[in-house]
Design a protein around this ligand. Structure first.
Ligand SMILES: Cc1cc2nc3c(=O)[nH]c(=O)nc-3n(C[C@H](O)[C@H](O)[C@H](O)COP(=O)(O)O)c2cc1C
Length: 201
């Protein structure tokens, strides 16, 4: 499985979490990582053909970013607007991304308990991330369970280091794909049922 990570941080040199994740991805086989703010430059302009070619040569696409105003920083939006074109990602013949995985890797400032009904952010991450989920649905991609690291204020260096390991395990897990996971669980249930039938016979 080949993984493409698109990192959207306005300035990785000032980042703690996303820079650490970016470096961990860069040091891992079969992962291509791109700093979108650097690639797009000050005008956030992308070479569409080059970016689409990159997408086509990877199976799992990761959008990595700090949560900014309940969404992604502008580099990712600019990339989406320019690269996910009619006839490529959607519309007639726009099936080039179909079947590929889409996974979000996000750091937030707010703590985990704020992202619930009754918490000060009121809504869950799953609710706030619906536009990304629907982007995956429209383009025929498989939306995977996101990786979220909450609460920068309480995150020390050791926790960030630990998050690198957890993030890589998450991103490289083939069973994140719900179809693969369900197929394995169904097989397990089938085996259990066969075993039970043998015991009762
Ligand atoms: C412009 C801006 C908007 C932000 N909006 C949110 C937000 O909506 N929710 C949240 O939990 N944290 C928010 N934060 C905090 C960032 O998510 C946090 O600083 C970031 O995840 C830290 O990652 P880094 O070390 O890679 O920069 C915001 C920060 C900035 C600068």
């Amino acid at each position: 499985m080949k993984t493409l990570v698109l990192t959207a941080h306005p300035d990785l040199s000032k980042s703690r979490i996303n820079r650490s994740w970016f470096e961990a991805f860069a040091a891992t086989d079969d992962i291509t990582v791109l700093d979108l703010a650097r690639v797009g430059g000050p005008t956030l302009s992308f070479n569409v053909e080059e970016q689409q070619h990159l997408l086509l040569s990877h199976d799992r696409i990761v959008f990595q970013f700090p949560f900014y105003w309940y969404s992604a920083p502008p580099a990712l939006k600019a990339w989406q607007d320019q690269v996910l074109t009619f006839g490529f990602a959607y519309g007639p013949g726009g099936t080039k991304l179909a079947g590929r995985d889409l996974l979000l890797a996000i750091s937030t400032g707010g703590p985990e308990d704020s992202y619930h009904a009754g918490g000060y952010n009121n809504f869950s991450m799953d609710e706030l991330l619906k536009p990304f989920q629907q982007t995956a649905l429209l383009t025929g991609m498989v939306y995977l369970r996101p990786f979220v690291l909450h609460g920068l204020a309480v995150v020390d260096d050791a926790a960030i280091e630990a998050s690198n390991t957890a993030l890589l395990a998450h991103v490289l897990d083939p069973e994140l794909n719900p179809v693969i996971k369900k197929a394995r669980l169904d097989k397990l249930l089938e085996n259990n049922a066969k075993l039970a039938a043998r015991v009762s016979a």
